[in-house]
Design a protein around this ligand. Structure first.
Ligand code: ZN
Ligand code: ZN
Length: 163
C-alpha cells in the first residue's frame, strides 16, 4: 500500500494525515509461521522535517500462530506506536526510501511485526506440549504412553532403592 507524498514534499501541505487498512500477504504469513491475520488498522501522520519526512503511526491488528509446543492456535494482538524517517533513496542511511513521491507502508508494518513478535509463542507458560510418542495434546490430560516415558528423577529414585 503506497502513500502519496507529493503534497507534503512540495510543501503544499504541512502534513498528511492518513488512516487505512492493510492485509498481510501469504508470503509474509508463511515467513513468520502465522496461520492467519486480521486486517491491520494504521493511522498516522507524515510531516516535513529539515531534509526529509517523518512518519508517525499507530497500528493495530491480530495474528494467529500455532503454539510452539502443542500447536493449538494462539491469537496475538499487535498494537504499537512507531516512528520512521523517510528520505530519498540516495540518502543511504536507515531511513525508509521515498520512490516517485511515494512510500510503501507494507514493509514498514512487516518490520514492526518482526520486531514485536515474541521469540517463543506458547498457548500458556506451562503448556505441557504433545506426547512425543502418540501426539496427544497433554494439556487435555495424560495419555496411555505415560508409563513408558521415563522421568529421569524417578529413574534416579528407582536406582536408589535397588529396583
Ligand atoms: Zn501449547
Ligand atoms: Zn502418548
Amino acid at each position: 500500500m503506497y502513500l502519496e507524498l507529493s503534497k507534503v514534499i512540495t510543501g503544499l501541505q504541512s502534513q498528511l494525515d492518513f488512516q487505512l487498512r492493510l492485509s498481510l500477504d501469504d508470503r509474509f504469513l508463511s515467513e513468520v509461521n502465522a496461520v492467519k491475520a486480521s486486517e491491520f488498522n494504521i493511522q498516522g501522520t507524515v510531516k516535513k522535517v529539515d531534509k526529509g519526512l517523518t512518519l508517525s503511526f499507530a497500528y493495530d491488528g491480530n495474528m494467529t500462530f500455532a503454539c510452539d509446543r502443542c500447536l493449538t492456535e494462539v491469537k496475538l494482538n499487535f498494537n504499537h506506536i512507531a516512528e520512521r524517517e523517510l528520505a530519498d533513496d540516495e540518502a543511504g542511511d536507515d531511513s525508509i526510501p521515498i520512490v516517485d513521491h511515494q512510500v510503501d507502508l507494507m514493509p514498514i508494518l512487516e518490520e514492526e511485526i518482526l520486531l514485536n513478535k515474541p521469540l517463543q509463542i506458547l498457548c500458556s507458560d506451562d503448556c505441557a506440549g504433545l506426547c512425543p510418542k502418540c501426539g496427544k495434546n497433554l494439556n487435555n490430560g495424560i495419555c496411555g504412553c505415560e508409563d513408558e516415558r521415563i522421568d529421569p528423577r524417578l529413574e534416579a529414585l528407582k536406582n536408589l532403592f535397588g529396583h
